[in-house]
Design a protein around this ligand. Structure first.
Ligand code: CUK
Length: 650
């Protein structure tokens, strides 16, 4: 077991505050400042006046290096994409960087009035419905978003995002920037960490993502059907593997403790989750009673072999195979499916370094970062490392409340310090040397004040083998005085930092609607989105406006409508009260950016149809009268005249 080591040479902002978090003092964690500091992520404690300390003076803002001006001239395009989670808006956002401009929002888990997500039949089929046809869920809480890989870089196929509230994973197609599949994970609650694999652990030809790993945070009785409510020892969590193509759950692992964030190795062999509640506590005092928790590693090839060999159980109505990854069942390294590396107190965040060598866990309640060498974890699985914790090659103090870590590809790590409201830049190799005993080594390179209480952090290409060390963004949970006041709900600040030099330079503040957590940033060349759909992709398309019209089978009525600026076809259609109506709209316009909307007053219908796209809605004609269906998306000089008269006869 390694003890945290202190770098005497590193500049610490306030040594007395740092002491507060020393292990002995942690018993008194209920102290207001600390519980508030930690609350932004867990949303438990109410913000108190003591929250962020008096704002420290901002780092010189306009001192960007030459060539690193984040401000683009009108018409200039960004050089990076940023894919952002939307938090409890339930959406997925696309930013351009370095400008920080929000370009797009992709609705996933929650309805969206612009797109008609949750209104159209196609989106409802993705979101999931109850037997009466209404949406199964209308709330969500997205935290983490990651994209598919090939050869250690993003390949532009997919992104995935989690919904913590209802344990769902959504896939976003990055050609059209639409959510095309959502899967609800069985027998888990609080699905939080998510990470795609980067290649297959066994087959070298599969050098791209085929699995997505999902960690569940909250422990519950298994199955959670009313049994074992007061038997805490029976509460469990599962780690799940979802197939990247089919989006079906391939397998799950029963574990000790819980899951928080997730990471995967570049060789495809390992996935991991940090664990902050190995105690299985129900309240925070219980969740933080141990001095150390874990970073739990999964041996993917062995797990899949165990599933093949039929060594699994199922729970409740789920048919997903669940293998046993508990400590007791995996004591022998040579057959173990899992390995529990110890990490100080309630760690948060586990991040893979771009050189493929290390996973780094941030301490959260411990002021440390723990560096775990993956080669040594594999050695343990091979029976060649007698003590698993010898895989820890550094455990060094970096500041108060470390949460997430990004990389620049030059050997440096950048970790958010939630309580210190700082980013600390530290050198991984130097930290390893320091930990090994060379106390003269300075591993802390730089510190930067951010505004305020940072959570996630990421750098350009940081989660690939091609980290380019140019830009870094940090999601600050409190923004207080950074923007014009707009009442009690503040925006969050996504701050942009130039990391191309030795010193970090804060270059911009961007307000974002609450509240994104995680994001990735990558070069724009890695994506090639399409701007116009293909009519043939939609089996229900009306390919010619001559095929438009009303088709009746008893009370079931199908209205095939086409749009071509500035007219819908047909220009009017007649229904009878009691009809079950399906309107199928095909946008025949081929011009890029020529989107139409389709709204029906009083019928709660509005959705958009992009060029060459087809969408449908189904409703009951229950109100007699005249209803002007109109185009909601500005399309033409005669946009206001673009209507179709829906007549409902009594
Ligand atoms: S968690 Cu929120 S700041 Cu959900 Cu990724 Cu760490």
């Amino acid at each position: 077991m390694s003890d945290a080591t202190i770098n005497p040479g590193s500049e610490m902002p306030d040594p007395s505050r740092r002491k507060f978090l020393n292990t002995a003092a942690l018993a008194g964690l209920a102290g207001a400042g600390l519980s508030v500091g930690l609350s932004a992520c867990n949303k438990e404690a109410p913000p108190a006046a003591s929250a962020p300390a008096a704002p420290a003076p901002a780092a010189a803002p306009a001192a960007a290096h030459a060539g690193h001006n984040p401000h683009l001239a009108p018409g200039e395009l960004d050089t990076y994409y940023g894919l952002w989670s939307g938090g409890h808006t339930g959406d997925f956002r696309v930013l351009g960087l370095p400008s920080g401009r929000e370009i797009h929002r992709v609705p996933c888990f929650a309805p969206d009035a612009l797109v008609g997500w949750g209104i159209t039949n196609e989106s409802k089929a993705v979101m999931g419905t109850k037997p009466d046809g209404s949406l199964k869920y209308t709330v969500a809480d997205t935290h983490h978003t990651h994209a598919s890989y090939k050869d250690g870089n993003y390949d532009g196929r997919y992104a995935w995002i989690n919904d913590k509230i209802n344990s769902r994973i959504a896939r976003i197609r990055l050609d059209y920037f639409i959510c095309d599949k959502i899967t609800e994970l069985p027998n888990v609650q609080g699905f939080h960490g998510i990470f795609p694999d980067k290649r297959d652990p066994v087959d070298p030809a599969i050098n791209y993502t085929t699995r997505v790993f999902c960690g569940a945070e909250f422990h519950i009785p298994l199955p959670n059907d009313g049994r074992d409510l007061e038997s805490p020892e029976k509460y469990r969590t599962l780690f799940s593997c979802v197939d990247a193509e089919t989006m079906e759950v391939r397998w799950q692992v029963l574990i000790d403790g819980n899951c928080d964030l997730a990471a995967t190795s570049y060789d495809g062999k390992l996935a991991a989750t940090n664990q902050y509640n190995t105690e299985g506590g129900f309240r925070y005092e219980g969740m933080m009673s141990s001095e150390r928790d874990s970073c739990l590693f999964f041996n993917i090839a062995r797990i899949e072999q165990a599933v093949k060999d039929g060594k699994f159980k199922t729970y409740g109505t789920s048919k997903v195979p669940v293998v046993d990854g508990t400590k007791e069942a995996n004591a022998d390294p040579k057959t173990a499916l899992t390995a529990y590396v110890s990490v100080p107190k309630n760690p948060h965040g586990v991040n893979a370094s771009p050189d493929g060598k290390y996973f780094i866990c941030a301490g959260k309640l411990s002021p440390t970062a723990t560096v775990i060498e993956l080669a040594k974890v594999l050695e343990w699985f091979d029976g060649n490392l007698p003590e698993l914790d010898k895989a820890i090659v550094a455990e060094v103090e970096i500041g108060l409340g470390p949460l997430h870590t990004a990389f620049d590809g030059r050997g440096n790590a950048y970790t958010t310090l939630f309580l210190d409201s700082q980013i600390v830049k530290w050198n991984v190799d130097a930290a390893i040397k320091f930990h090994a005993g060379d106390k003269a080594v300075q591993y802390v390179v730089d510190r930067l004040d951010v505004h305020y209480q940072p959570g996630h952090i990421n750098a350009s290409q940081s989660e690939t083998m091609f980290a380019d060390g140019q830009w870094l963004a940090v999601g600050c949970k409190f923004s207080k005085d950074r923007f014009l006041p707009v009442g009690p709900l503040h925006a969050e600040t996504e701050q942009l930092v130039d990391i191309s030099g030795e010193k970090m330079v804060l270059v911009a503040d961007h307000p974002v609607r609450p509240e994104p957590h995680d994001f990735i940033i990558f070069k724009r060349e890695l994506l090639s989105p399409k701007q116009v759909y293909n009519l043939d992709d939609f089996p229900n398309a009306t390919k010619d406006m001559k095929e438009a019209g009303i088709f009746r089978e008893g009370k079931k009525v199908t209205v095939r409508i086409t749009s071509q600026a500035p007219a819908f076809e047909p220009r009017e259609f007649k229904l009878k009260v009691g009809d079950e109506v399906t309107v199928i709209l095909t946008n025949l316009d081929k011009v890029e950016d020529l989107t139409h909307g389709f709204a029906i007053p009083k019928y709660n219908v509005n959705f958009i149809c992009n060029p060459q796209e087809t969408k449908s809605v189904t409703f009951k004609a229950d109100k007699p009268g005249v209803y002007w269906c109109y185009c909601t998306h500005f399309c033409h000089a005669l946009h206001l005249e673009m209507r179709s008269r829906m007549i409902v006869e009594a």
